[in-house]
Design a protein around this ligand. Structure first.
Ligand code: 173
Ligand code: 173
Length: 323
């Protein structure tokens, strides 16, 4: 694995090295995505990169290298930490190998705009700086709850006898529902479903069509739980090297990116309709069971956070709690 990443790093440097020195004041940041290039997250990010580069000429540029073919999904965090790349689009569940706290961001119940005001964003950055050698830049996905998608019908929140594809997002919660779990990158979900290696998977409400999973999906369990966190992160030394005008420009564009997050509520409505049209049936619980299901997700999520990192979980919890 190590060797493969080094080898890819060499390829990245070779691919991007030519740009260096073109303009003395201009810095070009190498960006990768832990999510597939044809998926909704990268599809929304690329126009932002284009605008960033058009308006940032002579100041700061972003060079999008690619998705998981450039750096494998679960290696992206380390690539940012070590400076193999400058910046990444990722989610915390993909870089718990850097710090377990990365996955805690799924537990936020306040909008990122509020996180910037109430101290949550600063609290996150203190940890990301100290433990991850990273700057947490911006959250570009909000209002995207996770769901259980399965091919085996259930009439209560019990996944006994089911094998479910997970990432760290879902592990303890699905295990508490008696599932057998197997961790895979998103890029392996289709094949796992096709071969019957798994009966289902965890994923947010939106995006299952991006890799054609609807072809292999019979049911979605409602309600959703947590909030999918997809964010830009940056190597800390690379961030600190930026001049003040570069930093100001970056910050302006990051806030502009976050200001578009109202998209996600609309996307949820569209994706639910699209799933229904594709023949995916919804499994719903009675209101009391649904509430207990969501409460359990947060209870299990925070209990695990407190077990892994009690001090930091204690700092985050009041800042992430709904008002
Ligand atoms: O994993 C690899 O072998 C790899 O990614 C690579 C990259 C550049 C040149 C040769 C191999
Ligand atoms: O791969 C995943 O299921 C996962 O952890 C995730 C996190 C955020 C957005 C989409 C997927």
């Amino acid at each position: 694995m190590k060797r493969r990443v080094l080898c890819q790093a060499a390829a990245l440097l070779a691919a991007t090295g030519f740009a260096a020195g073109a303009a003395a004041q201009e810095t070009s940041l190498r960006l990768v995505s832990a999510f597939a290039e044809n998926g909704i997250y990268v599809q929304r990010l690329l126009p932002w990169v284009q605008k960033f580069n058009a308006e940032g000429k002579g100041v700061l540029q972003i060079n999008f290298i690619g998705g998981p073919k450039a750096i494998p999904t679960f290696e992206v965090g380390n690539a940012v930490k070590t400076g193999v790349v400058d910046m990444a689009l990722a989610t915390g569940a993909f870089y718990t190998n850097v710090m377990p706290e990365a996955d805690f961001l799924k537990l936020t119940q306040v909008p990122v705009a509020e996180q910037r005001k109430n101290g949550a964003f600063d609290a996150i950055n203190k940890v990301w700086n100290e433990k991850g050698n990273m700057q947490y830049l911006a959250r570009m996905v909000e209002n995207q709850p996770f769901h259980i998608y399965t091919n085996k019908k259930v009439d209560k929140p019990d996944l006994s006898g089911q094998k479910i594809r997970i990432t760290p997002v879902y592990r303890e919660f699905f295990q508490s529902l008696n599932a057998n779990v197997v961790t895979t990158a998103p890029g392996e979900v289709y094949t796992a479903l096709e071969r019957g290696v798994v009966d289902g998977y965890g994923w947010p409400i939106g995006g299952i069509f991006d890799l054609n999973w609807q072809e292999k999906t019979k049911f979605r369990i409602d309600p959703g739980f947590y909030d999918a966190e997809v964010s830009l992160i940056m190597n800390l030394p690379a961030f600190k090297k930026l001049t003040q005008p570069q930093r100001d420009y970056l910050q302006k564009q990051l806030l502009a990116l976050e200001s578009q997050n109202s998209f996600w509520a609309r996307y949820t409505t569209e994706e639910m309709a699209r799933q229904q049209k594709a023949g995916i049936e919804t499994i719903k619980f009675d209101p009391a069971t649904a509430k207990a299901f969501v409460d359990k997700a947060y209870q299990v999520g925070w209990a695990n956070a407190e077990k892994q990192s009690p001090e930091i979980a204690g700092r985050f919890k009041p800042l992430f709690a709904p008002k």
